[in-house]
Design a binder for this molecule. Structure first.
Ligand SMILES: Nc1ncnc2c1ncn2[C@@H]1O[C@H](COP(=O)(O)OP(=O)(O)OP(=O)(O)O)[C@@H](O)[C@H]1O
Ligand SMILES: [Mg+2]
Length: 283
């Protein structure tokens, strides 16, 4: 992986999260750390409070599943976590640096270089071929002369990414000429194009039939198992949740280990007043 120099110039020594470590297991650094995220939307005279102090640590190399009922705020949380949207309050540290307060341009640079997104409805551009769709994140990240200098390497990387997801033979197809599963695999290749440190997936199998969903899930596991890709997956799919290293739930605007059946369990998961951290466990 070739990290973006603009990012790495200011990347501090890795943080270690003891809570994300099984006893005796080697330390894993925290890549993404969210604390106290609050977000509400105004709809006319009403205000919908969606995030009410959500905390989360994502450790390098883990597969983390986020579950929650429809409308609980999972997409909102993922968008804020991935710097696609801003929280009203709270902090997001990416590789140890506070990212919430950066300018739009700086946030876009981090997003483009270090975070990959996969969405339920693919969000491919219909007029571009599969290869061009995969190339797009690099075109956006490197403009003008930088793009011209990198174009050949970026094309080679995009072709390799399509091959990685099993679609080398579909590089010239437009999204309308691809099946749903193939479109999602192109979207995964696009998300991988700039070699992100974290892949954020919002219901990546939500629009696919069972068998195609299983193929896409297998591809994601494989990315983690073979290449150590860190994955955060919002899902309603029990098969994905069952295979994740760690499962958390978004309940009433906060991240909890499991939906609490009684208030005492919720109280036990209140953030530590000293650190602000909400305890989460690693199996
Ligand atoms: N831009 C917006 N303006 C107003 N309300 C919004 C906006 N985006 C989300 N909401 C509201 O915030 C709440 C959470 O939405 P969100 O899409 O994050 O839920 P979700 O957990 O991803 O749901 P699903 O599982 O159905 O995808 C919903 O009540 C939604 O109506
Ligand atoms: Mg959603």
């Amino acid at each position: 992986m070739t990290p973006d120099p603009a990012l790495d110039a200011e990347t501090p020594p890795p943080a270690d999260d003891p809570s994300a470590r099984a006893p005796g297991a080697p330390a894993r650094r925290v890549v993404l750390c969210a604390r106290g995220l609050r977000k509400s939307f105004r709809m006319g005279p009403h205000r919908v409070e969606v995030l009410k102090g959500a905390d989360l640590d994502v450790s390098e190399g883990e597969v983390l599943a986020i579950l929650g009922s429809s409308g609980s705020g999972k997409s909102t949380f993922l968008h804020v976590l991935g710097l696609l949207d801003r929280a009203d309050e709270g902090t997001i540290q990416f590789e140890g640096r506070d990212r919430a307060s950066l300018s739009s341009g700086e946030r876009a640079a981090i997003r483009g270089a270090a975070i990959g997104f996969v969405f339920q409805f693919y969000h491919l551009l219909p007029e571009l071929t599969a290869l061009e769709n995969v190339l797009l994140p690099t075109m956006i990240l490197r403009r003008g002369g930088a793009w011209r200098a990198e174009r050949a390497a970026a094309r080679a990387r995009a072709a390799a990414a399509l091959e990685r997801v099993g679609l080398a033979a579909r590089a010239g197809h437009r999204p309308s000429q691809l099946s749903g599963g193939e479109r999602q695999r192109v979207a995964i290749a696009r998300a991988l194009q700039n070699r992100p440190r974290v892949l954020l997936c919002d219901e990546p199998t939500g629009n696919l039939d069972g068998r195609t969903a299983a193929d896409v899930a297998r591809l994601l596991w494989d990315l983690n198992a073979v290449e150590g890709q860190t994955l955060v997956v919002v899902t309603h799919d029990p098969a994905i949740a069952a295979r994740a290293h760690r499962v958390v739930h978004l309940v009433d605007g906060r991240i909890v280990e499991a939906p609490a059946a009684d208030a005492s369990v919720v109280a036990a998961r209140e953030p530590d007043p000293g650190t602000g951290a909400t305890p989460v466990t690693t199996p």
